[in-house]
Design a binder for this molecule. Structure first.
Ligand code: KIV
Length: 271
């Protein structure tokens, strides 16, 4: 059901209206112009310029190495492609944890230099002061709780979070703090579906899940996973809509063969 399909530009208010009307929110990551154009034309509600660019675009093992300048470069490319969707950009590791002034400065750089519509940052109580300051400057903020990849060395694994009651209570507490601090939405990553539903029911703002089950207000996937470009990543929550790794491999092999066989270019494919 899409009662907001005809909307010309998705805003944070549109997302709130979607939640209020029971319409699920669709979100994907994007890092470059060409893919963002396809997603926007297809009608995606939100594109996230995720710091997962560090993994899927740059080949790093974690999200930690990507810089603010690199995030801005990706964000500029995505923004140029988007006429309808809301574009949110991750604050990368090291660009906001220092203090709230640094968090504000990094957010302003992203907004000013890329033209993005808002930022996302990871964490609970410890980032609330920063969120208030950024929101106070007029910048929409999306929170991120549960599995927070920028803290991977603190947690040690990428396993499901908040399975135990104590951690679940902390997550719920932090979600409420983020809402009170002014977040317009929160991403919940890799937590039990029941907890995802409880958070979505307890908060007014839209809750977007990645591995947080069916009861939240929307879903996000990393585009490389959704399109089957990443091969060795198969968490339970992932649904692949294509198997592009194999399709691109087949196409590349055909291309190589055609060149070697002197079949490409043919008479019609030259000047
Ligand atoms: O960086 C990213 O891709 C993300 C999503 C997993 C939500 O934060």
């Amino acid at each position: 059901m899409s009662i907001h399909g005809d909307i010309k530009r998705v805003t944070t208010h549109t997302l709130q209206s979607m939640k209020d009307h029971g319409e699920k929110i669709s979100m994907l990551t994007a890092y470059d112009f060409s893919m963002a154009k396809i997603f926007d034309d297809a009608g995606i509600d939100v594109l996230l310029v995720g710091d997962s660019a560090s993994n899927v675009m740059a080949g790093h093992e974690t999200t930690l190495p990507i810089t603010l300048d690199q995030m801005i470069y990706h964000a500029q490319s995505v923004i140029r492609a988007c006429d309808r969707c809301l574009v949110i950009v991750d604050l990368p590791f090291g660009s906001y944890q220092g203090n709230s002034k640094e968090a504000l400065n990094s957010s302003i750089r992203i907004m000013k230099e890329s033209g993005a519509h808002g930022i996302k940052l990871e964490g609970g109580e410890e980032v609330c002061e920063s969120i208030k300051r950024i929101v106070g400057a007029g910048v929409p903020v999306m929170g991120h709780l549960g599995l927070t990849p920028q803290s991977i060395y603190k947690f040690g694994t990428y396993s499901v979070r908040a399975k135990q009651e104590e951690e679940a209570e902390i997550l719920m507490h932090n979600a409420k703090l983020l809402e009170d601090a002014g977040c317009f939405s929160i991403v919940l990553e890799k937590i039990p579906a029941a907890l995802g539903g409880e958070v979505a029911a307890a908060l007014k703002i839209p809750i977007i899940g990645i591995g947080a089950g069916m009861h939240v207000d929307g879903q996000v996937l990393v585009m490389h996973d959704m399109l089957g470009i990443t091969k060795n990543f198969s968490p339970r929550f992932l649904r692949r809509y294509l198997n592009l790794y194999d399709e691109i491999t087949t196409a590349t092999k055909s291309y190589i063969k055609d060149i070697k066989d002197k079949d490409f270019p043919n008479e019609k494919e030259q000047y």
